[in-house]
Design a protein around this ligand. Sequence first.
Ligand SMILES: [Zn+2]
Length: 567
Amino acid sequence: MLKPELMTMRTFFLALILLGSICVSAQENESGWFAFGDSQTGRFASVDELNNAKKSYKYRVAKEVFDHLVEAAGNSNMIRPRFEMSPVPRMIAAAKGDEALILLEEKAYDICIGFGKDSLNAMATLLGHELIHYYEKHNWEDHFIREHQGLTTADQIRDKKLANKMLLETQADELGGLLAHTAGYTTLTIAPDLLSKLYEGYSLPATSPTSQYPSLEERRAIAQNSMERLKELIGVYDLAGYFLATHQFDWARSYYEYILNKGGFQSREIYNNLGVAAALSAMSNRKQDKPTFIYPMQLDFSSRMASRGGGVDEQTALLEEARRHFQAAYDLDPEYLPALINMGCVYAELGQWDDADDQARKALRNAKKAGNNAAESDALILTGIIQAVNQDKEGAKQSFTDAASIINNPLSELNLKVLRGESLPPSQLSGPISNEEQIDNFDLDKLFASFLLERFVPEKMISDIVGSFTYAMSREANSTILVNTDMSGKEIYGFVQVTDANYSAASFEGIKIGDPVSKVIELYGAPSRRMSAIQGEVLVFMNQQIVFRADRQGKVVNWAVFRIKRS
Ligand SMILES: [Zn+2]
């Protein structure tokens, strides 16, 4: 349901911000800024200077990184932050919460460019950090005063202020790094170096902290700590994605829940993926008496939902859980169409047809308004399923046909077949079948044995992440191994080995990083499934036990080989 009073409020706030930027310089005073550093020498940029900066290519480059990060955060619940680039060096980068403004200074931009091929990663590190201050509503002074009322001495105040500041900085480093990672940037190794270059470039004190800012040494210590934690979160997040892609829905659920609850990181994608994991885990256990129409939520067109039976109560509980996660994704971003469509699918699966119909209509309306053809087509598929189950065969036929007229949607033909009572084509298993894939000459098949022999020494471990299962991560020369295994010695595991972004060797069939997706399909055959992701696309080949990730331009950015053994 639309809430007109909320929309008016939002319009009102937007008007206020516009007025603000016209009437007064946004940076006339220091208060309200959450700055990365303070050189205390520079002044604040004028409105003219900020407007001029918008014309430069530097602004455009940084703005693109900024937009990717904002998109990955997917939180349109809060006012979408603006981006400004200041030609005057003073704060490095900064967030101003009450104006929804993120600032990067040209000088900091130039320092980032000094990182060469990692320059965008360096920018994402800074901008991700500032965006977390904004999204997590870190208002340092307010926060500090609230927490530490009654302090008397200047020393006490300084110590507490610094401790408090460090807490928020750690969170901004960790969650900012994870945000950058979900948007496709690599920030893990950059942070300490970037800090040194920034402190040096801005002549900030290396050893003696000011009343407001930690010294470079303290700052690097924070970065080191948060990097360790970030490494863990990134591994858990990635493994969740691979488990979703390979249909280990229960594991995917637990791993995403860890990111939300223990990691404190939320994004619409995490809620949506969590919902998909719960819903598909319910559906993969349903009895075959349900309609066999294929929902637009299913990531996989070829594997049919099995008829293994399973408890109805448990399925309903899982579907209810999925609905709550899709609702949370929708609450974060009412314009996020997958959440609406997926919620509609869950209502349909629950047999709540009126609610399903409401969601489908809303999704269709919003997709048209946004000009999102893929979502419009999927919303029509859902509409068709609802019509078919409610005995409107003609309407269903029309909806399925319309869905295919907008984009090439394989769900159209498949669901038309179901409508005509035809059996569906068997899952295609084309392409060469092999277990020959190896990364860094590491034998993934022998990993379980090396666990028992304690030869495998992980860098990171989380015990009991899922029941009695342990998460572990270790490094090979140019790849990372992610592990989910039952440490009690039972042979149940999920292993994934992921190439680094600069892995130079080819896959077994001859794919190298940077190759087009078309070449992957040419060499590996039709993928078992293709999933869209924030950064691009994921292609899963169950037979060859390999997953390729492609960027928005359709180029391979990395791949992973996997082994899963569950019984
Ligand atoms: Zn900060």
